[in-house]
Design a protein around this ligand. Structure first.
Ligand SMILES: [Zn+2]
Length: 151
């Protein structure tokens, strides 16, 4: 974000606040060059409605954070996570829906995560799809094997 005063190409966020309806974020920023402050308002056309009924703007960072846990100890870089989050956002925007549920996001993560790392995929799926037995894991692994055979 350019500083509107001196055009310095960078600025520091000093405060962000989500509006009451959860549909926009107001950020207070400070220019590291001239020290002046300004605010920006970001409106999210993509809204996530949580199980509690609370709406919040879609956040790639939250997608990455959710996936990061499943990727612990796996050869997955921050760049991979950023790309995955971007892919997820594009998929969700591609549906044309402006309101999503947490479930929709989990579903959109499964595909690209499977491409990225199958172990992380199994971990994520086990939480997201609430695997509660070894059979659930076996079924998923069998599915992965079958797909490998086809490829
Ligand atoms: Zn400035």
């Amino acid at each position: 974000m350019h500083c509107p005063f001196c055009r310095h190409p960078d600025s520091r966020v000093i405060d962000s606040r989500t509006s009451d309806d959860g549909l926009s974020i107001r950020r207070r920023r400070q220019c590291p060059e001239c020290g002046r402050r300004f605010s920006t308002v970001e409106t999210a056309s993509l809204t996530v409605v949580k199980r509690s009924g609370v709406a919040e703007p879609f956040s790639r960072e939250k997608v990455a954070a959710g996936v990061r846990k499943a990727c612990q100890g796996r050869p997955v870089t921050e760049d991979d996570l950023a790309m995955l989050a971007q892919q997820v956002e594009e998929t969700l925007r591609g549906t044309g829906a402006s309101q999503l549920e947490t479930n929709d996001i989990g579903l959109a993560i499964l595909g690209p995560l499977r491409e990225l790392d199958e172990v992380a995929y199994l971990r994520f799926a086990s939480v997201y799809q609430a695997f509660d037995s070894l059979e659930d894991f076996e079924a998923s692994i069998a599915q992965l094997r079958a797909d490998h055979g086809r490829a």
